[in-house]
Design a protein around this ligand. Structure first.
Ligand SMILES: [Zn+2]
Length: 200
């Protein structure tokens, strides 16, 4: 039997967990806007939807490339935003030097399953980057959506939100990290197959 020239199959990918090296390295710039990139981005959207998350960065499916996708309500703007950023640059307002509010400022990550911690973030960001076709895109956001942008951009720098926690919450995270075994490579969970770790 002959192999087909191009096989385009969308797929849900396993999401790697804290401790996997690709999550802790700076991701590489995209240079080729080809079929392979289009498939990767389609897969990322499908994986994000299946995970019930609001954002997903390529390193989270084990691909060290500068791409993230999002699908979330921008409450300040009153619209739902679904999109892709490639090679993004992020400009953020100053992060307030106050304690995070556990009711209003708690964050979670698909690569740190079942946990969440309060974290202070900048209130306003502008993201400039490219979309899947290589066209320039720019987005300015405030509040919760600005938080999502900062969280996903961090992934491309090899930083996870738990790496940014203040002293008090960092202590709690370290405890949970050993209790959950989130400090060794090789762990993952698959949306739609494994139970939703955040109970969605
Ligand atoms: Zn994350």
């Amino acid at each position: 039997m002959e192999k087909a020239d191009t096989i385009v199959l969308m797929a849900i990918h396993p999401i790697v967990i804290y401790g996997e090296p690709v999550l802790h390295q700076r991701a590489e710039k995209i240079t080729d806007f080809d079929e392979e990139l289009a498939t990767l981005i389609a897969d990322m959207h499908e994986t994000l939807d299946a995970s019930n998350g609001v954002g997903l960065a390529a390193p989270q499916i084990g691909v060290g490339k500068r791409i993230f996708v999002f699908n979330a309500e921008d409450e300040e703007a009153g619209v739902r935003r679904r999109g892709t950023f490639i090679n993004p640059l992020l400009i953020a307002s100053k992060v307030p030097d106050t304690r995070p509010d556990p009711d209003e400022e708690t964050e979670g990550c698909l690569s740190v399953p079942s946990l969440d911690f309060p974290l202070k973030r900048a209130d306003r960001v502008t993201v400039n980057g490219l979309d899947e076709t290589g066209q320039s895109v720019s987005l300015t956001a405030e509040g919760w959506f600005a938080r999502i942008m900062q969280h996903e951009y961090d992934h491309l720098q090899g930083t996870l939100y738990v790496d940014r926690l203040d002293k008090r919450w960092s202590k709690k995270w370290k405890k949970e990290q050993s209790a959950n075994g989130y400090n060794v490579p090789g762990q993952s969970w698959t949306p739609g197959i494994d139970p939703d770790p955040f109970g969605h």
